[in-house]
Design a protein around this ligand. Sequence first.
Ligand code: GAR
Length: 189
Amino acid sequence: MKRIAIFASGSGSNAEQIVKHFNKTGTARVEAIYTNNPKAFVIQRANNLKIPAIVFDREKFYSGDYILRDLLSRKIDLIVLAGFLWLVPGNLNRAFPRKIVNIHPALLPKYGGKGMYGMAVHEAVVDAGETESGITIHLIDDVYDRGEILLQAKCPVLPDDTPESLAERIHQLEYEHYPKTIEKLLGHK
Ligand code: GAR
């Protein structure tokens, strides 16, 4: 059984979908949810799902190997970023080569980079008058929103879309594709 760690900074709706997906398939298990945000709703979700939630600060994430040791002690095979705000430090990248996957709520390389997170992305897409957007699932490296693309899926941006209505459509795409792409990455399909 493969072991997954999820990193999330906010609501955690993707995290919840992933936990539920693997509870159903039994092909892997989410061992822990890590967050940099002590107020994040994902902590509540983790409690409800009976998954340990680990909260850390900048110091613990970027200095020393607190997080790395915790991941190794749980024998984690794959790290899944699901709405995670901070750049992953080099020691984690080196310890998990091709084993850290991220989801971005736009069609990279468009609307990526530092500060491009969640609603800020949808606002930029709507403001630019784009007629389509989508999601990008990619391996990570040491630059924000770069790294090998595993999957992109598109959806329309409608003339009367607001950032909120677009976010809702994008979330549905994410729920459909992220768990399945993780499954593939783990070598199950
Ligand atoms: C998701 O739409 C995800 O693609 C995005 O944050 C949202 C988190 O929603 N990630 C990024 O913007 C990364 N740059 P959730 O907390 O409900 O899963």
